[in-house]
Write a protein that binds this ligand. Structure first.
Ligand code: FES
Length: 107
């Protein structure tokens, strides 16, 4: 398990243990954390799993692939530096302590 902190729009911090090889989206969904809709179920086809990565973690994550970049164009309030699709970030041990923030709303 890998400890991930999800900060909801109102500032509520949720520190949860997420299984390795699942995704940041699944960690939020499976722990009933508000702010992730994940309409496409993780297929990188909806952008309703948009999150903001803590600035200290941006460079520690794998780079966005072109499909994620394209889908992020549809995310509300996209930040070129910090925005990611949570379904495209796979959990591994090196992400222990990752902090992400959830937007006020998705699309
Ligand atoms: Fe649809 Fe991530 S769940 S793009």
């Amino acid at each position: 398990m890998v400890k991930i902190t999800y900060i909801e729009f109102d500032g509520k911090r949720n520190v949860v243990d997420v299984p390795a090889n699942s995704t940041v989206m699944e960690g939020a969904r499976d722990n009933n954390i508000r702010g992730i809709e994940a309409d496409c179920g993780g297929a990188c086809a909806c952008s309703t799993c948009h999150i903001y990565v803590d600035p200290d973690w941006v460079d520690k994550l794998p780079k966005k692939d072109p499909v994620e970049e394209e889908m992020l164009d549809f995310a509300l309030g996209c930040d070129a530096l910090r925005s990611r699709l949570a379904c495209q970030i796979r959990i591994k041990k090196s992400l222990e302590g990752l902090i992400v923030e959830l937007p006020e709303k998705q699309i």
